[in-house]
Ligand binder design. Structure first.
Ligand code: NAP
Ligand code: MG
Length: 493
């Protein structure tokens, strides 16, 4: 990949024939002929017409997953065999890394270099990691009196439906699909309507890599129809969702109105990033800018509230602005691009609405704020300072490249500001004081606290939120808990 030029990627894009049909029971499935159009954010032009799943296709996919679970080989395979199948799938993903990265860049607008270097690396690594742990799990035999034996075993929950967003189309999918499959569950994945192409290719690839029919199904369709049908389906045992807090609420209602399926929610965020006066200012500013503009700011964990001590605010903000202005905003297929296009015209308009509101509320624009005058959905990286805690920009998730800078004078005030949100996904903290690092990270209400870094981690640490950022944990062995039930077997001797 390193040596592919802009022209190479353009030529590959012209040759790409994306998969536009569902993957159900190990085969392509075209549905009823009803389709919807995917628009390429890079130029606003139609990219593909994709089969649209309604309740009938969802029923077929769930029935296939149900059969594969109830009578198929997947849950009955020896764990080592299941693990080897997942590792073969990881190998197939790596073998198709270029095609999948290109598909993601085309459908949702992130730089192809990041799709290839970051997203596809994560996706293959996730399937490999869960493949490797599949045969290393050990159940419990609690101690009992001499006349009994107790076993506490973990069993796969059954059929898992995964409904995911478009910002990391395959990473968010892999974080759910890989542990669910490793646990012995079967899966139906519904990607976001903006980014179905990479997921449909992944479904077909699962078949090519030899996963048994029905173990992993993919249906493309819209949230209020296909997503809702999965949420209400009586044969879905677990619903694993990543997306907005508003849609997360729908899934809790669907579960309540149907079979009380377990719902796991990974939701939105408005993450604070605190810079204390003793921090490495250059490192903090570089990371703050990278974090909020990475992936066009379309990150659930984006450190979108920079809370900086007033004594160093000017230095930090000047450095953040310089980083913002050094980004190369442009065609996602140009390997030199560091910021691509926002996912849709509607989303661009929503982000512009947040910018207009920040102006009206009296925040000060330091850089950016404008749509780029070219086809496609491009928006300049944007920094507002003098943001007051009660302004909308300090509270609402923008999910775009817009940073809100607030200042504080004491540690208590920093913590109070940081926690003044309904969300609790992640937080950043920059300090050279070890005691302050421990004290403040304990006080922050967030699923992840990054100290002197941001977005770091590996597959062996859990990821997820608290409060209205949700409750499930993706990654690590803990993710397996979402897809397994504990069974107690008590034997009287
Ligand atoms: P979204 O609108 O909530 O959509 C997420 C998924 O839900 C999509 O597949 C969507 O399908 C589906 N959906 C929409 N309405 C539905 C309904 N009424 N019933 C059932 N399903 C429905 O979120 P998004 O705009 O794709 O992504 C942005 C959001 O995701 C942000 O809030 C972000 O913070 C969050 N996110 C969270 C994490 C995390 O790990 N915590 C990671 C990434 C993103 P359609 O696309 O077809 O509508
Ligand atoms: Mg949506």
């Amino acid at each position: 990949m390193a040596d592919l030029t802009h022209a190479d990627w353009l030529e590959r894009a012209a040759r790409l024939r994306p998969v536009t049909v569902h993957h159900i029971d190990g085969a392509d499935h075209a549905g009823t002929g009803d389709t919807f159009t995917v628009i390429a954010p890079r130029d606003g032009e139609p990219l593909a017409r994709v089969a649209r799943a309604g309740p009938a296709e969802v029923d077929l996919a769930v029935a296939a997953a149900r059969r594969a679970f109830d009578t198929g080989p997947w849950p009955r395979l020896a764990p080592a065999e299941r693990g080897r199948a997942l590792i073969r799938f990881a190998d197939a993903i790596e073998a198709h890394r270029e095609e999948l990265a290109l598909t993601i860049a085309l459908e949702m607008g992130k730089p192809v270099a990041e799709a290839y270097g970051i997203e596809l690396r994560a996706v293959a690594a996730t399937f490999r990691w869960y493949g490797e742990v599949a045969d290393k799990l050990i159940d419990e035999a609690p101690q009992t009196a001499a006349d009994a034996v107790a076993l506490v075993t973990r069993e796969p929950v059954g059929v898992v439906a995964a409904v995911v967003p478009w910002n990391f189309p395959l990473t968010m999918a892999a974080w759910k699909v890989a542990p669910a499959l490793a646990a012995g569950c079967t899966v139906v994945l519904k990607p976001a309507e903006q980014s179905p192409l990479s997921a449909l290719r992944l479904g077909r690839l699962a078949g090519e890599a030899g996963l048994p029919p029905g173990a992993f199904n993919v249906v493309a369709g819209e949230g209020p129809t296909a997503g809702r049908a999965l949420g209400l389906h009586p044969e879905v045992d677990v619903l694993a969702f990543t997306g907005s807090t508003a849609v997360g609420r729908h899934f809790l209602r669907y579960a309540a109105d149907s079979n009380l399926k377990r719902v796991w929610l990974e939701l939105g965020g408005k993450s604070p990033n605190i810079v204390l006066p003793d921090a490495d200012v250059a490192a903090a500013a570089a990371s703050a800018a990278w974090g909020v503009f990475f992936n066009q700011g379309e990150m659930c964990t984006a450190p979108s509230r920079l809370l900086v001590h007033s004594s160093i605010a000017d230095d930090v903000v000047d450095a953040v602005v310089a980083h913002a202005e050094s980004l190369r905003l442009g065609d996602p297929l140009d390997p030199a691009t560091t910021m691509g296009a926002l996912v849709t015209a509607d989303h661009l308009a929503r982000v512009q609405g947040h910018i207009a509101r920040a102006h009206a509320d009296g925040a000060r624009l330091r850089t950016g704020g404008q749509r780029v005058d070219r086809p496609g959905h491009y928006l300049e990286p944007t920094v507002f300072d003098r943001v007051a805690p009660d302004m909308a920009l300090a509270r609402d998730e923008v999910f775009g490249p817009v940073l809100a800078v607030l200042t504080f004078d004491t540690e208590d005030e920093a913590v109070r500001l940081a926690n003044a949100t309904e969300y609790g996904l992640a937080a950043g903290l920059w300090t050279s004081n070890l005691s302050a690092a421990h004290r403040i990270s304990r006080a922050l209400r967030a699923g992840t606290v990054w100290v002197n870094c941001y977005e770091e981690g590996g597959l062996n640490v859990p990821f997820g939120g608290v409060r209205q950022s949700g409750h499930g944990r993706d990654k690590s062995l803990h993710a397996l808990e979402k897809y397994t039930d504990l069974k107690t077997t008590w034997m009287q001797l």
